[in-house]
Structures are given as C-alpha cells and as structure tokens.
Design a protein around this ligand. Structure first.
Ligand code: PRP
Length: 215
C-alpha cells in the first residue's frame, strides 16, 4: 500500500488527473465527500487530503510515502525529503511586490524596511541570504497585499499567479524570488523500502509530464 498526501484543493485535483493519465485508478480519490483518507485496497493506493503546508510534514515523518505540493511550501517548510518531479502545473512566482512606483533600486535604498508575508523563511533566505540585507519580517496569514496599502510594511513577499490581485490593488512585482510549480516529494525511507512501487510510479509520472509538456 502506498500513501499519497495531496494538498487539498486544485493541486489535488490536478495530481489525481495526472495519476489517472499515468495509468493509476484513482476512483477512491475522486469520491465527493468530506473524508480525509480515501483508500482503495484493490489498487493499493491510499490518499490523504492535508492542508498544503502540512504535506511535507506527513511525508518527512513517513505518515505518507509520497506527496504532491507546491515548491513554495517546500521552500518555506524546509523538510528532509526527496523532491523527484516538477509536475509543471500550479505555476506561479514568489515575488517581492510593492507600490507601482517602487523600483528595485529604490527598494534597495530604503533602510530598515518591513516585509509582510505568509512566507517568513523564504523572505529571510532571500533578503538575508541573497541580498545580504536585514529586514523586519512581519508574518501575515493571507490578503498580504493589504500590508503596503495600509502602511504595515513597505513591500510584501507573496505568490503572484495572474498578477490580478497586485494590479487591482495598485501594486506591482519588484523582484522575482523563485519560480513555483507543483512537485512530487518522497519519504527518504519509503524510497528504499518501497522502491518496487515508488520507482515505477515516478517513471510513469515523469513520462506523463513530458507528454503534457509536449502538448
Ligand atoms: C494568493 C496570493 C495572492 C493571489 C495571487 O492568495 O497570496 O494574493 O493568490 O493570485 P493572482 O496573481 O492570480 O491575483 P490566495 O488566493 O491563496 O489567498 P490569501 O490572500 O488568503 O493567501
């Protein structure tokens, strides 16, 4: 039996779709219910539906053998696991954003700046690690775009997908921190102990991703 942790929501649906195209029967996973564990003894697959930020935790501890989760969550959580496939969907960017007239050069000249974000670890790694600059990180839980509008922070670090949320709030991307997409992650022990099930699954998924990318 393989246990697969999925991020509740659109990523889960796309992951199930991909698994089916790769030849895995996911009837159990498509059941419309509020169940959090969807198991099919016939296929030997068990799906758990977790909050995205918890998927790497389930996989690191081996409660799930595999997981499908956004690179943003992986970067933020910094868990010990194998990242094996870039699935090519759930694409977006992690960006520094702020008021439209704030350029990268101007941003660099603001001393002691405050950065609002749901991603404090990514933000710290970017400003302190990459830009060699210390900033005050203000942890928020959503609607992060509010922060610069209301004077809580000079800029934000957040996910930008279509750019519509920024645009409609008079904000813009200043710098790109990382390209994001959905990834398959594997528990390090499962990779050895269940290699006969996991390795063929990785190969089939990789082939399906290649086919999707060609279309
Ligand atoms: C995410 C992200 C942005 C928005 C970006 O928020 O934090 O706010 O989507 O998408 P766009 O570029 O297509 O407008 P989410 O919907 O997850 O809600 P949140 O604000 O509660 O984090």
């Amino acid at each position: 039996m393989l246990t697969i942790a999925l991020s509740k929501g659109r990523l889960a649906e796309q992951a199930i779709d991909l698994l089916e195209k790769a030849g895995y029967d996911c009837t159990a996973a498509k059941e419309k219910s509020r169940k959090l564990i969807l198991e099919d003894e016939k296929t030997g697959l068990r799906f758990i539906l977790a909050k995205p930020a918890d998927v790497p935790t389930y996989v690191e501890y081996g409660a799930a053998d595999l997981g499908v989760v956004g690179k943003d969550t992986l970067l933020e959580e910094g868990r010990q696991l194998y990242e094996v496939i870039d699935l090519g969907f759930g694409k977006c960017r992690m960006c520094v954003a702020g008021p439209k007239d704030l350029t990268s050069d101007k941003l660099d000249r603001i001393p002691n700046k405050r950065v609002g974000t749901k991603y404090p670890n990514i933000t710290r790694a970017y400003f302190e690690g990459v830009k060699k600059e210390s900033v005050e990180i203000i942890k928020l839980n959503g609607s992060v775009e509010l922060a610069p509008l209301i004077g809580l922070s000079e800029v934000i670090v957040d996910i930008v997908e279509s750019g519509r949320t920024l645009y409609e709030n008079g904000l813009d991307v200043i710098e790109t921190v990382a390209d994001i997409s959905a990834r398959v992650v594997v528990n390090r022990v499962s990779m050895q102990m269940k290699a006969d099930e996991i390795k063929p699954m990785i190969e089939k998924l990789k082939k399906q991703v290649e086919l999707n990318n060609e279309m």
